[in-house]
Design a protein around this ligand. Sequence first.
Ligand code: CP
Ligand code: NVA
Length: 309
Amino acid sequence: MLKGKDMISIHDLSVDEVQEILALAAELKAKQKAGVEHHLLKGKTLGMIFEKSSTRTRVSFETGMYQLGGQALFLSNRDLQLGRGEPIKDTARVLSRYLDGIMIRTYGHDRVLELAKYADVPVINALTDLLHPCQVLTDLLTIREHKGKNLKGLKMAYVGDGNNMTNSYMYGCAKAGMVFAAATPKDYAPDAEVVRNAVEDAKLTGATITLLNDPVEAVKDADIVVTDTWASMGQEAEHEERKKIFAPYQVNQELLSHADKRVIVMHCLPAYRGEEITEEVLEANADVIFDEAENRLHTQKAIMALTMA
Ligand code: CP
Ligand code: NVA
């Protein structure tokens, strides 16, 4: 179903395609743990354009390609002519002549859309200021592992900045039939167009999307509580001001007392202890959070295998 397609937003995926990615990710994870080789992309090459920094994304995509029998090229903005002003549309057409897929992490979402418009090979969004779909698909896999395969009706509460993670969680929860509630300060709500789209998507599955300002109300009876940095890449200059605004949105033990008693806490990392999450909460949920980090590998292998094979 996904062969030859781009993976830019969960909004573009059908409900079945989301399930297909999660099922293959689980299968590839089980095979890897059993030491079974799965060279679904033998001889294929992925180009990885990074205009923003990364630990998990770079290492998991590169290792994932290797485990699938292919190879990955790290293309830093500092080294590409793209960084010196060569147009994206030319870069896209040139790279399409060499590569079988292109992964990109960048600032403006329009840069990924432009790349995909001109590339003849699948383009995978590895984070923009608007969306981080690979991370949220990964989180759905992790929730399946910790809460059971049926995600329908599970409540996820997001607390903090209405950013690229919040936007993608809305799309992911909508397609998975979940109950999603976000609590953000008034001026830091998620993207309005994404909210509209997610509310429409939710009608397909019976999911619900609720936007709030009160963190206690959001986490009430939640099965999963998620948060993310208060200052995303590119917002470093606002960090001190944001720390004050977001202080009431910290995920701590007191806030979690309002959630379901079997609540799990997730974080895409990197985490800022003492800001969006306390050391105590992060360490108490370390098994889930580092499964979540590991699952980037398995989920992205599934995405690459389905789009690039
Ligand atoms: N969660 C995530 O995308 O991590 P990196 O920024 O390290 O890739
Ligand atoms: N919201 C964060 C996510 C990092 C993985 C950022 O964009 O920096």
